[in-house]
Design a protein around this ligand. Structure first.
Ligand SMILES: NC(=O)c1ccc[n+]([C@@H]2O[C@H](COP(=O)([O-])OP(=O)(O)OC[C@H]3O[C@@H](n4cnc5c(N)ncnc54)[C@H](O)[C@@H]3O)[C@@H](O)[C@H]2O)c1
Length: 331
């Protein structure tokens, strides 16, 4: 079953955890990362590491030639929503143009299987909760639009493929990815991260002074925004399951990745305070433009069609692994 997988962005948060799962499952992994926000130390010892840009077509041709790549998992990209509003070209270049170059390079040598990191940001303000893959997509910022454009690119390529020149892909729409490796030794090390749980753990370990709560007057039970937090190990296992599905000849498609349950900002902060035993300061701030009150995945499709079963749908475990990693990383 196993094969050789190119993981772009494999030195980043989700890519490094997924690489570990792939190695554990017997795959050979080649990581291509330009270390923009990733770290060399995060790349698994058993993986080949190539420092470079995932959109560099001559480098890709060389990698494909050297390693005989069977499939690509494309994590590489920029991910900060406010920055995408200020610098849209940076996002269109790194998320859309790089993806186009990568897909084109794959097509040239007949690599016909790809997994792509999409995002719940494609839904924008969701038309209903939980969000189903077939719901309206209407991203409200450049980041979300670059993810949707790349989904469309992949759909168009797959639609144009035929038996002589096949191509199938999975676009996984991640909801809020959180936590750190249950086995330890790996976690989120994104510089200046904006993710709620990461920031809360940085406050609990004393790296930051306080955390802002953006709005406590939403129409939710405690007034704060609700999101669907998925543990990074469960997300990594969704990639392994998805990859095996494509290798077995399964159809491509678009899949939500979440647990189908919402946690409020307050619940996350309370749980971090509990697992860290630190009563850290919270600052109440105005709502941020474009934050939907709730964003929760409908997960029936990935469970039924890929047979994915999450193991870590446990708020305390998610917060505890994130906090313990933050302590270790700070030290
Ligand atoms: N973290 C989340 O909650 C979340 C949610 C939805 C979608 N995503 C998507 O998942 C993917 C991975 O996110 P992450 O949280 O691991 O972020 P991350 O910043 O930790 O990882 C991204 C990795 O890609 C690398 N990279 C960026 N541009 C590159 C390029 N052109 N060539 C080679 N390497 C490049 C970075 O150095 C980094 O190692 C991204 O595409 C992101 O949009 C993340």
């Amino acid at each position: 079953m196993a094969g050789t997988i190119l993981v772009t962005g494999g030195a980043g948060y989700i890519g490094s955890h997924t690489t570990r799962h792939l190695v554990d499952e017997g795959f050979n992994v080649v990581v291509l990362d330009n270390l923009y926000s990733g770290h060399r130390w995060a790349v698994h010892d058993s993986a080949e590491f190539i420092e470079g840009n995932a959109g560099d077509q001559s480098l890709l041709a060389d990698i494909f030639n050297r390693f005989g790549i069977d499939a690509v998992i494309h994590f590489a990209g920029h991910i900060v929503v406010p920055e995408s509003v200020e610098q849209p070209l940076k996002y269109y270049r790194n998320n859309c143009v790089v993806s186009q170059n990568l897909v084109e390079s794959c097509r040239l040598v007949g690599i016909d299987k790809m997994l792509f990191s999409s995002s719940a940001a494609v839904y924008g303000i969701p038309e209903k909760i939980p969000a189903v893959e077939t719901d309206r997509v209407q991203p409200i910022n450049p980041y979300g639009r670059t993810k949707l454009i790349t989904e469309w690119l992949l759909q168009d390529i797959a639609a144009s493929a035929d038996a002589a020149n096949p191509f199938r892909f999975l676009a996984l729409r991640y909801f809020n990815v959180a936590g750190a490796a249950v086995k330890g030794g790996l976690g989120q090390a994104t510089p200046e991260a904006t993710h709620l749980l990461k920031v809360a753990c940085e406050v609990a370990t004393g790296k930051r002074e306080s955390i802002k709560v953006f709005g406590a007057d939403y129409d939710t039970p405690d007034g704060t925004c609700i999101r669907d937090y998925i543990h990074v190990d469960d997300l990594a296992s969704a990639h392994v399951v998805g990859l095996k599905h494509l290798i077995d000849g399964g159809d491509g498609g678009i899949f939500n990745c979440g647990y189908g349950r919402g946690l409020s900002v307050q619940e996350i902060l309370d749980t971090v305070a509990k697992v860290s035993n630190v009563d850290f300061p919270r600052e109440l701030s105005d709502r941020r433009a474009g934050d939907p009150p709730a964003l929760i995945a409908d997960t029936n499709k990935i469970r039924e069609q890929l047979g994915w079963e999450p193991k870590y749908n446990d708020t305390e475990l998610i917060c505890r692994t994130a906090f313990e990693w933050e302590q270790q990383y700070k030290a």
